[in-house]
Design a protein around this ligand. Structure first.
Ligand code: ASP
Ligand code: MG
Length: 407
């Protein structure tokens, strides 16, 4: 039997009792005959606490030291788990990123894994050791500690599963799988038995918090079967895997939302080559990512341009854009931070027609105004007033009959 990678999130390792529960899950897998590698997050709330500490020490903490600091939560959980496993009579060894050499680039706070040296792990696995690895961290060429972005231990787990050619990667969390939408908003939300990599990626990028988008990209690239399961119950679970015909028959897989959105409009811009570049270059230089963009058709040599950014970036983006607007002779800049983005996702969209029309009609029937629309092959997103988020999710869930498998 091959290797199973198990990843446990912060709520699954929040205290010693829960870490003992994790130990039992690892032992169960081990006793079934598999090699076992466990990847852990920090205890729930710990990474936030460390981030707050860094910001109370300095307004803009040095990035190298910041990453070293915020990666320490994982050292606590992996060592505790190995201590527990050893005390229960199972050989276990914990590893930090640099002890394995999970090599990353040097982009602090959002480093990308470039190579994993599997020697140390394989040596231990051959001895029957339950190997426990710190998620969320790596090391760059110059031995600086790096972190992979919030939620990055999902990516650590999938990357290790890929590098070690694991049979599967189990992501244990506090929900029992991936749902058609957020069950906290929509009581009719249904757990999906399986979902394609592409749909899961769109869901993760548009607001589903269950997996870090990067981990899904990596799972797709290396064809790693990922199971999202509950730590606290053996029921349920969702398999993230390759697309199949059954998935295509379903019109939609899910509905996501993101309340963390703000909309900026630059009004009455003289329509000349280079205006979009002028507006967006300074934003990208400050690492502000722009999501949807709409440029109106120009009338009498003038145009309007609207785009969305994350709410936390709005103030800074507004300042930058106001300066550019002046330079390029635009009339004014308007901002609206009371917006949200609603997205519907499904590979079935490719073969079913009328999906967009149905989405728009459903919202129109509730008098929800659509301010912006963007589409990809398997996703349609609309920007609406934030106060209608829950309503939009519920009526769309009903309209597409997501409470039951649809044909
Ligand atoms: N502990 C890190 C975070 O809170 C990584 C993770 O949980 O995946 O973002
Ligand atoms: Mg997570």
């Amino acid at each position: 039997m091959g290797l199973v990678v198990q990843k446990f999130g912060g709520t699954s390792v929040a205290n010693i009792e829960k870490i003992k529960n994790v130990a039992n899950k690892a032992i169960r897998e081990k006793n079934s005959g598999h090699d076992v590698l466990v990847v852990l997050s920090a205890m729930a709330g710990e990474t936030n606490r460390l981030i707050d500490l860094a910001h109370s020490a300095a307004d803009s903490p040095d990035e190298r030291e910041y990453d070293s600091l915020i990666s320490t939560g994982e050292q606590v959980t992996i060592t505790l788990l190995s201590i527990v496993l050893n005390s229960m009579g199972y050989r276990s060894r914990s590893f930090l990123g640099f002890q394995i050499r999970i090599l990353t680039d040097n982009a602090y706070k959002k480093a990308r894994i470039s190579l994993i040296d599997t020697d140390a792990i394989q040596k231990e696995l051959r001895k029957g050791t339950i190997v426990v690895v710190a998620g969320f961290q790596g090391v760059d060429e110059d031995n600086n500690i790096t972190t992979l972005g919030r939620g990055g231990s999902d990516t650590s787990a999938v990357a290790l599963a890929a590098a070690l050619n694991a049979e599967r990667c189990d992501i244990y969390t506090d929900v029992d799988g991936v749902y058609t939408t957020d069950p906290n908003i929509c009581a009719k939300a249904r757990r999906l038995d399986k979902i394609s990599y592409d749909e899961m990626l769109e869901m993760a990028m548009t607001g589903a918090k269950v997996l870090q988008p990067r981990s899904v990209e990596m799972a797709k690239k290396y064809d790693v079967p990922v199971y999202v399961k509950s730590t606290f119950s053996d029921e349920g679970g969702t398999l993230v895997t390759k697309e199949d015909q059954e998935m295509e028959r379903e019109v939609l897989s899910g509905i996501t939302y993101d309340r963390d959105q703000a909309k900026i409009t630059v009004v009455h811009i003289p329509d000349k080559p280079g205006i979009a570049a002028n507006l967006f270059m300074p934003l990208s230089e400050r690492n502000i990512s722009v999501d949807m963009i709409i440029q109106n058709a120009s009338t009498q040599g003038y145009t309007d341009l609207t785009f969305t950014v994350s709410k936390k970036d709005m103030k800074e983006a507004q300042k930058i854009v106001e300066a550019t607007a002046k330079e390029i002779g635009a009339k004014k800049v308007e901002v609206d931070d009371e917006v949200a983005r609603i997205s519907i996702i499904g590979v079935g969209m490719v073969s079913h027609s009328g999906v967009a029309a149905k989405m728009f009609k459903t919202m129109a029937d509730e008098s929800i105004n659509i301010m912006m629309i963007s589409t990809s092959e398997i996703k349609i997103s609309c920007v609406i007033q934030r106060k209608y988020t829950e309503l939009a999710v519920m009526v769309l869930h009903d309209a597409f009959h997501l409470e039951k498998k649809n044909k």
